[in-house]
Ligand binder design. Structure first.
Ligand code: NDP
Length: 254
């Protein structure tokens, strides 16, 4: 009897780290449902690349900052699982989607703060909550945090606080879902060259060189440095790993 492929849902899979995670998971044998917020064409390009790897993939729109849409999102996921996979569940949820927003504490507006809470914490919490009925037993959740929860860089107080909240949430997920065999872990990237960091790196010439000099492995990260870590956490090799924060930063600010 053919074994059925595992299915991973990757939020923000149209670009950057999420795209790399989706491609790496597919290369390692998983089928993918990825989400995008606005870049439908980029998402469809990723779907084609995944299909070229011989895996099945679908792209669905989702704004993780608007929790009132999550019920209809999961209705779409359910319909997609039935149609494309003849299944009612998926195996892994990767909460990756996010935005960069930096401001020093005195300049942080409530509006900017609320947007960060909605996208980086409330969105992760309730998307995960609403995913639970569809998440297969013995599956897993991977949340994406940041090196900024370990070291402090001015401007990231609000952003890093939300990620810190996700770190605690991950521990509770592991505790509450362990009885179903579901593992919950966290990947914390250091600075990685994506659209997310492009503006800051371009606006501050010398920043890249400085950060490289503060990184044990001597360079800035690339998306390809991250996807494999996520794929490991979604593999049987990580079957005894839960409630862990794995920093993938090349040894930044040690
Ligand atoms: P990118 O800007 O390259 O990509 C962001 C992705 O998230 C896109 O797919 C985008 O969709 C999607 N997205 C953005 N906002 C929303 C939203 N409100 N709802 C749903 N989807 C959304 O970012 P990265 O790949 O660099 O970042 C991915 C994650 O990694 C984030 O959680 C970030 O905080 C974290 N991170 C990044 C680091 C870095 O240095 N790059 C370091 C540490 C953590 P679309 O293409 O449709 O716009």
């Amino acid at each position: 009897m053919a074994t059925e492929n595992k299915i991973a849902v990757v939020t923000g899979g149209s670009r950057g780290l999420g795209k790399n995670m989706a491609l790496r998971l597919a290369a390692d044998g998983l089928d993918i449902i990825l989400t995008y917020r606005s870049q439908k064409d980029e998402a469809e390009t990723v779907i084609k690349e995944i299909e070229q790897l011989g895996r099945k993939a679908v792209a669905l729109p989702l704004d993780v900052g608007i929790s009132s849409t999550f019920d209809s999102f999961f209705q779409q996921i359910s319909a997609t699982l039935t149609e494309k996979w003849n299944r009612s569940t998926f195996d892994f949820l990767i909460n990756n989607a996010g935005i960069d927003a930096a401001s020093l504490i005195p300049q942080t507006t409530e509006e900017a703060f609320d947007s960060l809470v909605n996208i980086h914490f409330k969105g992760v919490y309730f998307l995960t909550q609403k995913a639970l009925p569809l998440l297969a037993d013995n599956g897993g959740i991977v949340n994406v945090s940041t090196g900024l929860t370990r070291f402090a860089t001015p401007g990231y107080a609000a952003y890093a606080s939300m990620k810190g909240a996700v770190e605690i949430f991950t521990k509770y997920l592991a505790k509450e879902l362990g009885s179903r065999g579901i593992r919950a872990n966290l990947v914390a990237p250091g600075i990685i060259e994506t659209d997310f960091t492009k503006a800051a790196l371009e606006a501050h010439p010398g920043l890249g060189a400085f950060l490289s000099s503060q990184t044990a492995l001597g360079r800035i990260g690339q998306p390809d440095d991250i996807g494999g870590v996520v794929s490991f956490l979604c593999s049987a090799n990580a079957r005894w790993v839960t409630a862990q924060r794995i920093e993938a930063s090349g040894g930044m600010f040690l």
